[in-house]
Write a protein that binds this ligand. Sequence first.
Ligand SMILES: [Zn+2]
Ligand SMILES: [Zn+2]
Length: 337
Amino acid sequence: MKFISCIQPGQFQMGEKEAPVPNAGEVLLQIKRIGICGTDLHAFAGNQPFFTYPRILGHELAAEVKSIGSDVTNIKAGDRVVVMPYLSCGTCIACRNRKTNCCTQMKVLGVHVDGGMQEQITVPADLLIVVNDLSLDQLAVIEPLAIGAHALFRAKLTAGETIVVVGCGPIGLGLMKLAQLQELRVIAMDVNPDRLSYAREQLGIEHVIIANDDAVQKVSDITKGDLATAVFDATGNKAALESGIKYMAHGGQYILVGLNKGELTFHHPSIHAKESSILCSRNATFADFHQVIDVLYSGSFPIESFITHRAPFDRMIDHFQGWLEPENGVIKAMVEL
Ligand SMILES: [Zn+2]
Ligand SMILES: [Zn+2]
């Protein structure tokens, strides 16, 4: 079977190897879709924190079950599954508290261990959710949408609250749509007007703001001087992360979804005056995945416009560099097998 390895920053290589055999408790999957994520783009570009090469990337996976190992129940050959790509230890303090998404030993498929850019892969059965009646494309966007669902879960907001989402990449856009479905009032912010147009036209986000010096005033105008009770950063960009709290109301929450690889500085009197709650949101849980599956069943997520680029597995290497270029307007690129 074929696999694609990122052997060093900027270089993929296609290889051939023996298909794996599922051990007890494991399932052999035929990969059908690989969603390309910021993590993959950063890993390829060589600016992903904590990354080692060579690595088989890919963690947004839709697959079909080829065979099952012993001790696997509730999953059968031919089932269509979404992979929850977070390998947690099950015994650490976070896992014991059911926060498997921030396990002390966390290994993410395609990041810390080899992922889904291969025709077949074995994964533990307990990381799979069988979803036979959604499309393969829908299955492959569950993981990035679940990241947004988890961020919203962290904030525990109530309908009618106004939030700012900084960053209209796939994570930010997904978060906005889920927030809108929870009847939150959403303000989208980005430096890129095309991304903001997408948020307004395809997601129906009423307020979109260019992230410039006027942005605080605009958020203030929309909220009649209150500012937003929650601000989500979905950029991971240092300047954005350090300034996002400006849009937050006194007594509000600042939720960091995007990951920056360096240090952040906040002016303490400013964050203290607002009694700021600063939360990080890492990965997602089964509950988040199931919530997204329900949203996809309802048909309220615009999957057709969200997937902007496609390539067959055999041609992925040729297309990948282009997916990095901002002028190509990639929201979600999808690899098909
Ligand atoms: Zn991802
Ligand atoms: Zn753990």
